[in-house]
Structure formats: C-alpha cells, structure tokens
Design a protein around this ligand. Structure first.
Ligand SMILES: [Zn+2]
Length: 447
C-alpha cells in the first residue's frame, strides 16, 4: 500500500529502541487486546437496568460514571479532571470522565488528540428525548454504551503501546450529550487545571458503534482537514490495525453529537457511527441487538487513527470550508460525467479535482473498453497514487498518468478500502493513438 507509513514511523522508532521485529510485534500485541468479549462485558454492564438509562445528573448517570472510572483506573492513565480526580463536574450534577496519556515529545505534548464518547442516555424517556414508549428504562445499549465500550478498549490498547505517542491523548467520556451536547461543550469552553495549557488539535467521537452491518461505518467530518480522508483510509487499510471497514463518508455536519463543539471550535474532528435504526431513542435499544463483533474493528480504526495523528509531527489543519459543505456538495463533486465529452486519454479515465482533498482526484468516468475499464476502475473511485507515488494535485496525477509506459499501476480507494490496479495498453487502435498526445487532458477541474 502506498500510504500506510504513518504507523510505520512509530514502528521504525520502536524498531530502533527494541530491535528489529520486536516493534511490529508490540503494536500487534496492543491491538490484540481489543476483543468483542470485553466490549460485550462493558455494553452489558452499562446497559443494565441498574443504571436506569444513565440520564445526566441522576443517580443512574452517576453510577455509570463510577463504573467507567472503576474500569479505567488500572490502565495507567493520568486522571485529568478537577483537582487530580477523574471527574470534570459541571451544570446540575453532571460529570465528564477525563483520562490523559501524556505525550512523550515535550514540544508536542501540549497538543491534545481527544477521543471521546458520551456515556449518558435519556433515563426513562420523555416526549422531548424519546420516541417512546415513555416511562421505561432506556438502556441505550447502542446509544452509547457501545461507544463507551469501544473507547475503554482503545484505552486498553493504548496502555499496551511500548511508549506513548508524541502528542498527548485525552480520553473523554462525555456526560449530558442527550441534554444538548453539554459535556463536550463545557470542555471546549473550559478545561480542568491540568489541561489549561493544552490545546485540542484533533478529535474523534464515537457515538453509536454497536450496529455494524456489512462492515459499513459512517464517517462524519473527514473534510474538516485536508488529507484527513487519506490518513483515515491508510489507518483503515493498515494490516496491523486490521480494521478493513467499508467507510461511508457523510459530508453533512450536524449539531447532533459531541463532534460538533470541536468542529465549531475549529478542531479537525471525525465521528464514527454505525447507523440509525428503529430502536433509536426507544427502550428497545438494548443489548440483544448489539453486534459485539462489530465494535473491535471500529475501536482498532480509532486506535490506529488517533495514534497516527498523535505521532506524526504534521498535525491536520482545520478546513473551515467543510462547514459549508454537505452531501449535496458531495453529489455534485462525484457526479458522473455525461457521455460524449472530450478525449479521455489512452487509459480511458476522467477525473475531477476535489478542493477538500487535493491529492485524491475522483474518477468520474471510465471509457468502455479502455485499459482503465478492463482493469476494473469505476466512477467514484479515488486515485491515491500512481506507481506508489502520491501526487499533490490532480494536475500532477494527470502528468504521472501521461508519463507512464504501457503498463501503469494505480492505488485506488473505493469506499475506504484501497486496492492496487494495473492498467495495460493492450493494442493501439488508430483512434486511441491519435488521442495519445492529449492523453488525460480530459481530466478537468470543477469548482
Ligand atoms: Zn442519543
């Protein structure tokens, strides 16, 4: 794979410290601590009726926070709440649970990668927060015991890294999400003394990751920084993380979960979500419907991505334009080119530049019978690399394609998964050779 190098940076460093071979083993060991059985144990505990639906500020909510603290206390993180405690208290008896893994690079440890999940839910449900029936315990197994379980698994894996990444990683269990994103909003405005000098530079929000179907994970926020999609795809395809999910990139940015206060605060942020369902905000969102096997791959992707961002000196830079984009923007950009356009070059590909991801042009047309079509390229694919070289722009990629010989290997992303595709010019018809000179000029910009 062309772009699976970021974790390799960590691996290279570890290899230097620990001797060859050992590093990959150690990272693999950290990933292997993420298990469906552990995730199931946490979901079952948090979705127990004893917690009465974990409403923020109630005794059930407080008991759920205590359960989380009991689970994370042995993991070697630093309590990052008020006065050396795990809790950041706010509002009417609400509490975030905060745990810090201090970064090892003194120059970057002040920058925070925040990985969060809300642990509260709607208690017994009212007409304001439930689709009913009201008055019964809403266990919120998917919403969001699943995210909490995944996050505890991420912590356990982080603890097993032979040393922490350069930047600090803050694990946050938010309270009061269901009351209006209260916990994450509070944190963005006001941080406990330990974190006052720290600055969030990236965040991941896990909300409802318990219903993975057909390995399809919905990803919000990938356009909040240039290169974020490419980095996430690399993490998803890293063999050590073994996530291998199908990523559905959703371009809408809604004020509906804890990613929003971060994005509003100009912090590049991703949210992972396995989709809505008929039990959403009803008492029937319970453990028997959770796909426990689906939580580990999402946790491993979270781990790989958080670690990569925390380790790589170049941090993602916030891209404000993302807030003005939506799925309508996506549809316009990915729209197939109507047939009968100008030359498509000898490979038979038309691409379109994406202003949000300049290095990964979108394939919008593939000529029938062309080398690209024969090799299996499809409209909607993203071109990540030509012969293992990642271009900085669409123009650079068009040039790389033009300069290639009669055989050209491209790295392509299709719904979050990468594949290597080798295109071959089998025979030159008189028509196609006449097109050679203007090969791939058909690739055009669209903005
Ligand atoms: Zn909810």
């Amino acid at each position: 794979m062309a772009r699976t190098f970021h974790l390799l940076t960590v691996a290279a460093l570890l290899a230097w410290l620990a001797g060859p071979g050992r590093a990959a083993e150690m990272l693999a060991a950290s990933v292997s601590s993420v298990t469906a059985a552990d995730a199931a144990r946490h979901v079952e505990a948090l979705a127990d009726d004893a917690f009465e639906g974990r409403e923020g500020g109630t005794r059930g909510g407080r008991a759920a926070a205590a359960y989380i603290v009991e689970q994370i206390e042995p993991l070697g993180f630093k309590p990052a709440g008020d006065d050396g405690s795990w809790y950041q208290a706010f509002g009417a008896g609400l509490r975030n649970v905060l745990a810090l893994l201090p970064g090892r690079d003194p120059g970057l440890a002040g920058e925070l990668v925040v990985v969060g999940a809300h642990y509260d839910h709607v208690g017994y449900g009212t007409e304001r927060n439930s689709f009913g029936p009201f008055g019964f315990v809403h266990n919120g197994a998917d919403d969001n015991a699943s995210g909490v379980a995944g996050l505890i698994e991420v912590m356990e894996a982080l603890q097993r890294l032979p040393e922490p990444p350069r930047r600090s990683i803050l694990i946050a269990f938010w309270d009061g999400e269901e009351k209006g994103l209260l916990g994450s909003n509070h944190f963005v405005r006001e941080r406990p003394a330990l974190l006052v000098e720290h600055r969030p530079v990236f965040s991941i929000n896990l909300d409802m990751i318990g219903r993975l179907r057909n390995e399809r994970l919905v990803v919000y926020g990938a356009r909040t920084a240039e290169g974020l999609r490419r980095r996430l795809v690399a993490a998803n395809n890293d063999p050590r993380a073994a996530a291998g999910l199908e990523l559905a990139f959703d371009w809408d940015i809604l004020e509906d979960s804890d990613h929003y206060p971060f994005i509003a605060g100009r912090v590049p942020t991703l949210m992972f979500h396995t989709g809505l369902h008929d039990q959403y905000h009803r008492p029937s969102d319970d453990v028997e419907l959770v796909n426990f096997d689906g939580i580990p791959p999402v946790a491993r992707l979270t781990l790989a991505m958080a670690t990569e961002i925390a380790e790589t000196p170049q941090r993602p830079l916030f891209r404000a334009a993302a807030q003005a984009e939506s799925n309508a923007t996506r549809r316009r950009l990915e729209e197939r080119r109507p047939p009968g356009g100008p030359s498509r070059g000898r490979w038979g590909i038309v691409t379109r530049a994406d202003p949000g991801e300049p290095g990964t042009p979108i394939v919008i047309a593939v000529t029938s019978g062309s080398p690209a079509r024969r090799a299996g390229l499809q409209p909607g694919d993203r071109l990540l690399a030509v012969a293992d070289r990642s271009p900085a722009s669409q123009a650079e990629m068009v040039e790389q394609l033009r300069l290639a010989g009669d055989e050209c290997r491209v790295t392509v992303e299709r719904r979050g998964r990468t594949r290597e595709i080798t295109m071959r010019v089998v025979e030159q018809t008189s028509e196609s050779s006449s097109e050679d000179k203007e090969a791939d000029e058909a690739a055009h910009h669209d903005d």
